[in-house]
Design a protein around this ligand. Structure first.
Ligand SMILES: Cc1cc2nc3c(=O)[nH]c(=O)nc-3n(C[C@H](O)[C@H](O)[C@H](O)COP(=O)(O)OP(=O)(O)OC[C@H]3O[C@@H](n4cnc5c(N)ncnc54)[C@H](O)[C@@H]3O)c2cc1C
Length: 515
């Protein structure tokens, strides 16, 4: 008999669990009347990881799709705008060494690749980012990416969010249970009951008995309770490529309530890793992600203290061990893992939550009609998700291989060719003679990091692609026009956009226009 997929059981109530619940429940609302259910089981005693405060612009579409009001999201999750990331001291380590990876595409990106023109001198003395995009200047000026009159989720300059991870999961929980019909069970999963074919038949909980399901989503965090522990799917370690394995996290209050809020993540390279700095309306979230092979905890603490200042003595610093890598499969039998249960890579480009969103979207869009076709969907999910993890690993490593720093073993080891994935090596070789672009290597519909991201990092870190004058022949006037349009746009936006803190305050006081 063909068994329809009706009952979705999600284990875990962190960001991954609630986002997945929301995306599936919103997409399948119509089927709820005919017995489709989404149940989220969450331990009342095991907390969520509670870090993970930088997102990608995809979050706007995700929140809008599940029916969340952006104003509520700003007010209840202490959220702020994110327009990209500034990487300081990654190339030479000097005090003025910095570049932006903004969220806007280079001007005219789908029509013309401006990189060869900039490399040929077409941008004058401006950095690549400044020559092709206004967002670095907007971040330097501390400006917001929109105005109070811009409706919810719409942007003047593309944006994502910084948010309080401790508030985001409860916020989503309220929305999912009150508006989307998600059933919430507070219970510890103690054992898992499997059918003869290896499928998960049900989970046995301490407080709520047995909970059967047709499809189980493992969002149980690092423990990977269902896919890892029960179904035995192995973990593919990638610490030979990405060395950081520990985080020291600390929340830093502003000195004055009126202090500016940066509208970008600041990532400052250190001797054995890097420090993140994320500005929320009421505090900053910071932390040192480092390699314990290259630094002791005491030395890392000292570096973090130098960054945060003497106030660190009054603040609580939390140590979080991290393991770089991902599951060998993401969907096996009737179980699919999302979030930390699927894997984790250092949070250098905030790639974890966007992968949660993409996975949740894929599961909900491709929801198998019945068990018979589930393996076909699972194979596709594994192929796409495996590709994404590989791409993210390459992209994160790119930030390290382009360094010219030799001031510590960490940076020297990072450029060792043995630590660089072959695909990245090949791409770097290719890019010596041709700049990455829209149609080149990036052919997937939903690349986590498109060619533009590679351009910003490559040329931000001083990589040179050899350009012959004849390469740009025939497109020079169009390039000059696009670069000049960007300069005009930059001037206009600098003149009209409000300061980041001012706009956030207005949103708290008056709200954005709902769409
Ligand atoms: C230092 C650090 C910084 C990060 N920064 C970023 C960032 O800037 N951007 C980004 O995108 N990501 C970031 N991340 C990753 C991000 O935090 C996670 O991807 C995200 O929070 C999702 O976590 P999760 O829901 O998978 O797991 P968790 O939050 O750990 O949730 C696990 C859930 O499983 C439940 N559970 C576990 N065992 C059981 C059981 N036996 N029975 C019932 N329930 C159970 C727990 O109760 C909990 O609800 C960062 C991570 C770290 C470590």
């Amino acid at each position: 008999m063909v068994r329809p997929i009706h009952n979705i059981v999600i284990v875990g109530g962190g960001t991954a669990g609630w986002l997945t619940a929301g995306v599936i429940a919103a997409r399948h609302q119509g089927r709820m009347k005919t017995g489709f259910t989404v149940t989220l089981v969450e331990s009342p005693s095991i907390g969520i990881i509670g870090v993970g405060e930088g997102t990608w612009p995809t979050m706007r579409a995700t929140l809008e799709k599940i029916g969340v009001s952006e104003t509520d999201f700003f007010r209840e999750c202490d959220s702020a705008f994110k327009q990209g990331a500034k990487f300081a001291r990654w190339t030479t380590g000097a005090a003025d060494d910095a570049y932006y990876h903004p969220l806007m595409l280079p001007q005219g990106f789908t029509q013309l690749n401006l990189a060869p023109h900039w490399l040929g001198g077409g941008g004058g003395d401006r950095t690549f980012c400044d020559a092709v995009c206004p967002q670095g200047a907007l971040c330097d000026d501390g400006l917001a990416p929109k105005m109070i009159t811009t409706p919810e989720y719409q942007a003047v300059a593309n944006y994502a969010y910084h948010l309080d991870a401790g508030k985001f999961a409860p916020f989503l929980q309220k929305h999912c249970t009150q508006k989307l019909g998600v059933r919430h069970v507070l219970a510890d999963v103690e054992s898992v009951i499997q059918a003869e074919n290896g499928d998960i038949a049900s989970i046995r909980t301490k407080q709520a008995g047995e909970i059967p399901g047709d499809l189980f989503v493992d969002c149980s965090g690092f423990s990977a309770l269902l896919l890892g522990k029960t179904l035995g799917v192995g973990f593919k370690d990638c610490s030979d490529v990405l060395f950081c394995d520990t985080a020291l996290a600390v929340q830093v209050p502003y000195e004055r309530a009126s202090d500016p809020i940066a509208s970008h993540t600041i990532s400052t390279a250190q001797s054995a890793g890097w420090i993140w700095d994320i500005g929320l309306p009421t505090r900053r979230g910071t932390g040192y992600v480092y390699s314990s092979r290259h630094s002791s905890e005491d030395a890392a603490h000292e570096e973090l203290a130098r960054y945060v200042g003497p106030r660190i003595k009054e603040l609580s610093v939390r140590k979080i061990p991290i393991r770089s890598g991902h599951r060998e499969l993401f969907w096996k039998n009737n179980c699919v893992a999302v979030g930390l249960a699927a894997g984790f890579l250092e949070p250098l480009e905030a790639s974890a939550i966007v992968l949660v969103e993409l996975s949740a979207k894929l599961i909900s869009e491709q929801m198998p009609a019945n068990r018979e076709v589930m393996d076909i969907v699972a194979a596709r999910f594994n192929e796409v998700t495996g590709y994404r993890w590989g791409r993210i690993i390459d992209f994160l490593k790119l930030h390290y291989v382009l360094t010219k720093r030799t001031d510590s073993r960490f940076w020297i080891d990072n450029v060792d060719p043995a630590s660089v994935p072959d695909r990245l090596k090949n791409l770097l070789h290719l890019w010596k003679y041709r700049s990455p672009w829209f149609f080149d290597e990036f052919d997937r519909l939903e690349e986590v990091f498109p060619a533009a991201s590679y351009q910003y990092v490559l040329y931000g870190m001083g990589f040179r692609t050899e350009v012959e004058p004849e390469d740009n022949e025939g497109t020079q006037s169009m390039a000059a026009r696009l670069i000049s349009e960007n300069a005009t746009l930059t001037r206009q936006l600098r003149a009209k956009l409000p300061k980041n803190r001012d706009l956030l305050q207005k949103i708290f006081d008056h709200g954005l226009q709902p769409i």
